[in-house]
Design a protein around this ligand. Sequence first.
Ligand code: C2E
Ligand code: MG
Ligand code: MG
Ligand code: MG
Length: 284
Amino acid sequence: KAKAHRRGQCVLFETAENEEMQQAIAIERQLREADLDSELFLLFQPQYSPSRQRVTGFEALARWQNPTLGLVAPDQFIRAAERSGHIRKVTAILFEKALENLADWPEDIGLSFNLSAHDISDHTFVLRLLGRIMQSGIAARRIEFEITETAVMTDLASSRALLEKLRASGCKIALDDFGSGYSSFEYLDQLPLDKVKIDRSFVRKVAHSTTSREIVAAVIGLCRKLDLRCVLEGVEAENEMIILADLQPDLIQGYLYGRPMSAKAAMNMIRAQSERRAAAAQTA
Ligand code: C2E
Ligand code: MG
Ligand code: MG
Ligand code: MG
C-alpha cells in the first residue's frame, strides 16, 4: 500500500512544471529567510575595447550561494525576487558590493550594474542608489546602469525622466539585450542613452549568417550616427571576432575576452593590464 502511495506521489512531482514550481517556492522561501548579505556576491566580466586594446570596465553579474539551494543563477532568482517583493533588498545589497569593488579599482576602469524592471519603476529607490554613489566619493561617470526594454516599456515618459536624473548626476545608461525581445527603435529615440548592448543571441549568428552580419553592421552604424557607444555581447570564438572586428564595435564583452570572474581575478586582470601599459610606455 505504501508503495502505491509513493508511486502516486512520484506522478505528482515528476512533471517538469511541478519541479519548477517547487524550485520557485524554495527560492522564495530562501529569499525571505537567508542571510542575503553574506550569500549574494558579484562576478565581473571585462568589457574590451578593440581600438584601445584594453579593458575599459566590467559588468557586475549577480550570483547567490545558498546552503540549501546551492549556487543560483540570476536568471532564476532575480525574477523570483521581483515576484516576492525582495528585489529592492537584493539590488541594494548587490549595489553596495559593486561600490566596494569599484573603490578598489583605478579611476579609468568603470562598472556596469544591471537594474531590473521593478527597480526602475521605483524612482525613490533608484535615487537612493544615486545617493549612495555620492556618499561613496566614487566618480559617478564610472558607473553605468544597464536597463532592458521590459524595464521601461510600461511607462516610457516616467522612465525617461528618471534616466535623465541619473545622467544629470554623471552616471551612464546602457540599453541591454538590444535586438532580442521587444527591442524597438522607439527606445533609441526616446531614452537618454550612452550605450547599446547588442544581444548575444544576435552576435552568435554572425559567423554563419550574412544577413545577421549586415544587421549587426547596420546597428553599429546607427549607434555611431546617434553618438551611442556600442557593445557586442557574447563573443565566444576567434572566428566570430575576426568577422566582428571589421564592424568596429566600441566594445566587446564575451567569453573570448573573459568569463565572469571573481573580484580577485578582476583585480589581477586590471593589475596585469596596468603593468603591460607601463612597460609599453617605457619602451615607447
Ligand atoms: P545580461 O545583463 O545580458 O548579462 C550577460 C549575460 O551573458 C551573463 O549571464 C553573462 O555571463 C553571459 N555571457 C557573457 N558573455 C557570454 C558568452 O560569450 N557566451 C555565453 N554563452 N554567455 C555569455 P548571467 O551572469 O547568467 O546573467 C544573466 C542575466 O541576469 C543578465 O543578463 C541580467 O539580465 C541578469 N542579471 C545578472 N546580474 C544581475 C543583477 O545584479 N541585477 C539584475 N537585476 N539582473 C542581473
Ligand atoms: Mg547586463
Ligand atoms: Mg545583455
Ligand atoms: Mg539579459
